[in-house]
Design a protein around this ligand. Structure first.
Ligand code: SAM
Length: 197
């Protein structure tokens, strides 16, 4: 097995060099502490990229198993390599597909959305059936570099404005959902934690 610290450093460097977005340190620190504190033993992740967050999560809890979905072939193949380097093939199951084409029957303690920021309502509606009772749905990039706290008139790009509108719609969607207790944390790029009541 690769030395853990060297291995993680290499993945982060690859992400930086190849413009692969991965969770920021503050966000991953919170997520891994949450997994330990809540004794999360199963995770469904939507948005593997190159496997960084999946590897960090399983390293935090030796009992944890993850299923993670990625639609980009190059990133998926890089994730396969990284997971093999860490000998974690038996604990991280990678699914190469668009998440909207993936139908799973398993139920998970935690579902983590870190994929297309504008699709979170659809991800939520598709995958909440895979959440155990009293499970959690965590979503990253709720703040989107602080843009969701800004007035639309302050955002120059039309595309970015559209994305911000979708993230705000997701925030409203979560707030209006009585089946979940929701909190929004100003950690990393903004996390939403929805706990099934
Ligand atoms: N969770 C990763 C980490 O922190 O190491 C980062 C994930 S990156 C922010 C988002 C990834 O989601 C991208 O690699 C993108 O290809 C993938 N993605 C976006 N929409 C998707 C979809 N509908 N199905 C599967 N993967 C998707």
């Amino acid at each position: 097995m690769t030395d853990i610290y060297d291995g993680i450093r290499d993945i982060k460097k690859y992400a930086l060099d190849n413009n692969v977005p991965i969770m920021v340190d503050e966000g991953i620190d919170y997520l891994t502490s949450f997994i330990v504190k809540k004794q999360i033993n199963s995770v469904l992740e939507v948005g593997t990229a190159i496997g960084y967050s999946a590897i960090m999560m399983v390293l935090a809890n030796p009992n944890l198993k993850i299923t993670s979905i990625e639609r980009d072939k190059d990133r998926y193949l890089e994730a396969v390599k990284n997971i093999k380097k860490f000998n974690l093939e038996d604990r991280i199951t990678l699914v190469f597909n668009d998440a909207f084409n993936v139908n799973l029957s398993d139920k998970f303690d935690l579902i983590f959305f870190d994929a297309a920021k504008g699709q979170n309502i659809r991800f939520f509606e598709k995958f909440e059936r895979n959440l155990k009772n009293n499970g959690f749905i965590i979503t990253d990039n709720i703040s989107f570099h602080g843009l969701t706290e800004k007035d639309e008139s302050e955002i120059a790009s039309r595309n970015v404005r559209g994305l911000v509108r979708k993230i705000k719609a997701y925030i409203d969607f979560l707030k209006a959902n009585d089946e979940y207790a929701v909190s929004f944390l100003n950690i990393g790029d903004g996390l939403a934690i929805a706990e099934k009541k």
